[in-house]
Design a protein around this ligand. Structure first.
Ligand SMILES: Cc1cc2nc3c(=O)[nH]c(=O)nc-3n(C[C@H](O)[C@H](O)[C@H](O)COP(=O)(O)O)c2cc1C
Length: 164
């Protein structure tokens, strides 16, 4: 038996305006992990005021937007780094769809989020409810793009979680 357990990492992220995507790509660069973009089949509007309303509606309706792509072998991963923007102080609903689609029992979920000042909001609580038998690791919150500190912040955070 190969002793390759404990650290097989998947990065799964949703991003609307690119900040979370850039953070996810930096994490990928530093870890070499597999990466998947969580994208709804019906994309959100590219207009800021419209997406604000769409996101609020989805959250209010507890919507589960259908996703365009899927993880073929979730059993291959022990650690899921899950990234998203803070939307209305919580997760965007495509993240809820993703979390309900797989069994995360015994896996470690480590959130990273880009935000406009509200840090994680209620998002960690929301994730814990949707993946009840997972172990939630220490998250990383980044203000918008994180500027020039982002790369070092990612390095430090991976280190704290024993992933580097
Ligand atoms: C629909 C929507 C709702 C948002 N709600 C919040 C919020 O409640 N708190 C906050 O700090 N930032 C909020 N933001 C700002 C985003 O979290 C921030 O711009 C983030 O960097 C976007 O990441 P992205 O580029 O990966 O989409 C919101 C942005 C959008 C589009």
């Amino acid at each position: 038996m190969q002793a390759q357990t404990g650290n097989r990492i998947l990065i799964a992220f949703f991003s609307w305006s690119g900040n979370t995507r850039r953070i996810a790509q930096e994490i990928q660069h530093q870890t070499g992990a597999d990466i998947i973009e969580i994208a709804p089949i019906n994309p959100y509007s590219s207009d800021y005021n419209t997406v604000l309303m769409e996101a609020q509606r989805d959250q209010h309706d507890k919507a589960r937007p259908e996703l365009a792509n899927h993880v073929a072998h979730m059993e291959d991963y022990d650690v899921i780094l899950i990234g998203y923007p803070n939307w209305w102080a919580s997760i965007p609903m495509p993240i809820a769809t993703f979390l309900e689609e797989y069994d995360f029992s015994g896996k470690r979920i480590i959130p990273f989020c880009s935000h406009g000042g509200g840090r994680f909001g209620q998002s960690i609580t929301a994730i814990a409810k949707l993946a009840p038998n997972s172990d939630i690791g220490e998250g990383l919150s980044i203000h918008y793009s994180g500027g020039s500190a982002m790369v070092d912040d990612v390095t430090a955070w991976l280190g704290k979680n024993g992933l580097k």
